[in-house]
Design a protein around this ligand. Structure first.
Ligand code: SAJ
Length: 417
């Protein structure tokens, strides 16, 4: 028997949706990607990419050329729908999760949903979001029996399956990481599992939707809490005149201790955001998780205050801010503490500030109105007497000791110590 080609629709073609679309298409599914941006749609239909990710350009070009990936602004009928839209905070200043993009996507999917389809939510979401998505389908499509709301076999399957890929390694991790697959019912989970088995080589572990939602948040909160521990240590070490890197190196020789690395704070759109979804769900219980967020944010202010003090102590010195990205060797500046610190210095010290960021073609908008400039690493080393290392890009790690020894150095990542 010749099996029919599976049609998948991926809604949201960003950092997760586009690589996922390309990987599914390579596995032999015909993928229709949907995005609200005409620019994104046009770029993908030309076989090009709008985001930087290792090997993504070649893969997108080949699946588009083979006709396995197309993009448009409209959701079209499919067998499997994967929703990968943003879940930001709302504008209330209280870190309240905004799931409106998920619910909007659900409304659009509802219009084309048919018996036998499977809908999978991948966006990082507060606990209960998959059920809310199901409720949108139930409201818009009373003709279809929904899982958890009907007696007997439902007409569609609905599941939550978070991604856990690391920027810079997305294509590899999409395939090789284990995945949690949470169905609204066990039958929904099995249906989603069959889909992921087409391209995932890691183990796919089946659970319920609410547990899978919480699992994703727990993973990132765990990392945030551990980074907060390291950042708190670094502030204590500053106060006590200790070298935190040396202390961590020694402590990590204990067989059951693994302290993470302090830095200028925590950035990116995952670890700096997701723990708040847990706090919002149980504010009176999520004490360590909230404190970790506050500690990591406080670390950024600690670094900024120290950097400003150095600039004041050396009034004639130019300051090289090395790095703007939220972490090493990527071009992603979302929620980046390095960006916030460099921009604040630029507003205070103007033309004394020279920014080096190999992943930026120009200074981001937050620098407008300042006289700071973007320079290459050689000019910064020639012109600047203060080196503020904010991101551990390989190009900065490679600066030899003799080129830094005459400078005032503040290394927030511990790469030169
Ligand atoms: N950081 C430190 N010290 C460390 C490790 C990280 O200061 O020891 C900082 C980084 O510089 C960066 C931030 O933390 O500013 C986050 O970087 P990261 O590499 O820890 O994580 P992300 O945000 O790139 O990706 C995370 C990953 N989650 C976990 O490792 C638990 C990834 O697997 C998730 O898929 C991703 O969030 C996501 O999309 O949720």
């Amino acid at each position: 028997m010749i099996s029919k080609t599976l049609n998948a629709s991926v809604i949201g073609l960003g950092y997760i949706g586009l690589p996922t679309s390309a990987v599914i298409a390579r596995a032999g599914c015909r993928v229709h990607g949907v995005d609200v941006s005409q620019h994104v749609v046009n770029t993908i239909n030309r076989g090009e990419v709008h985001i930087e990710e290792v090997d993504l350009d070649g893969l997108v070009q080949s699946v588009v050329n083979e006709g396995m990936l197309t993009a448009s602004l409209q959701v079209e009928p499919a067998d499997v729908f994967v929703i990968a839209v943003p879940t930001p905070f709302s504008n209330d200043g209280k870190h309240t999760p905004d799931i409106s993009f998920v619910l909007d996507a659900a409304e659009k999917v509802a219009a084309v949903l048919k018996k036998g389809d499977c809908v999978i939510l991948e966006s990082t979401s507060p606990v209960g979001t998959t059920e809310k998505m199901r409720d949108v389908f139930a409201q818009k499509r009373p003709d279809l029996a929904m899982p958890g709301l009907c007696e007997g076999t439902p007409d569609v399957s609905i599941a939550y399956c978070p991604e856990r890929v690391l920027p810079g390694r997305i294509l590899e991790e999409l395939i090789h990481n284990d995945r949690s697959i949470g169905g609204i019912t066990p039958r929904c989970a099995r249906k989603a599992l069959t889909f992921y088995k087409r391209f995932v080589r890691g183990e796919c572990v089946v659970t319920d939707a609410r547990s899978a939602e919480m699992t994703k948040l727990v993973e990132n909160a765990f990392r945030d809490v551990n980074i907060a521990f390291a950042n708190e240590l670094s502030m204590i070490a500053d106060k006590q005149g200790l070298d935190v890197w040396e202390v961590i190196r020694l402590a990590n020789r204990h067989p059951r201790v693994n302290v993470l690395q302090p830095g200028p704070g925590v950035g990116g759109h995952c670890i700096a955001v997701d723990p708040w979804f847990i706090v919002h769900g149980a504010p009176d219980k999520a004490k360590i998780i909230r404190q970790a967020r506050e500690t990591n944010d406080a670390k950024m202010h600690h670094v900024l205050a120290k950097a400003k003090a150095l600039a004041d102590q050396h009034p004639d010195a130019k300051i090289a801010c090395l790095g703007l990205a939220f972490k090493a060797n990527i071009d992603d500046f979302r929620e980046s503490p390095a960006l916030a610190i460099a921009a604040s210095l630029a507003h205070d010290f103007g033309s004394r500030v020279k920014v080096v960021e190999p992943f930026a073609g120009e200074l981001p908008k937050v620098f407008s109105g300042t006289d700071a400039s973007l320079v290459d690493i050689d000019s910064a080393l020639e012109e600047c007497d203060i080196l503020l290392l904010l991101v551990d890009h390989d190009v900065f790690k490679a600066i030899p000791e003799q080129e830094r020894s005459e400078k005032v150095v503040y290394d927030t990542r511990g790469v030169w110590s």
